[in-house]
Design a protein around this ligand. Structure first.
Ligand SMILES: [Zn+2]
Length: 85
């Protein structure tokens, strides 16, 4: 059994993730609302890609802009080195 090929059937989860900003219009994308933006930042301070965050293109773009603004005024980290947690 040297050449054991493990074929794991990858289940495609096609539960359509709805963009949370589209679903809930009360959620604001604001660079001052770090609590909301934190969802879209990995623990290393990177912006989470759309395919993971589930955002639509419009909102992902807004989130990205907001995160960048927040970084510039130092309320979000560029890297984990400055992480407060
Ligand atoms: Zn959206």
């Amino acid at each position: 059994m040297a050449n054991e090929r493990k074929f794991v059937p990858r289940r495609r989860f096609t539960r359509r993730k709805v963009c949370r900003f589209c679903a809930d219009s009360s959620l604001k994308i604001d660079y001052k609302e770090v609590r909301n933006l934190r969802f879209f930042i990995s623990e290393r301070g990177k912006i989470v890609p759309r395919r993971i965050s589930g955002n639509c293109a419009i909102h992902q773009r807004k989130v990205t802009e907001a995160i960048k603004q927040a970084r510039n005024i130092a309320i979000l980290p560029f890297t984990s080195a400055h992480s407060l947690d």
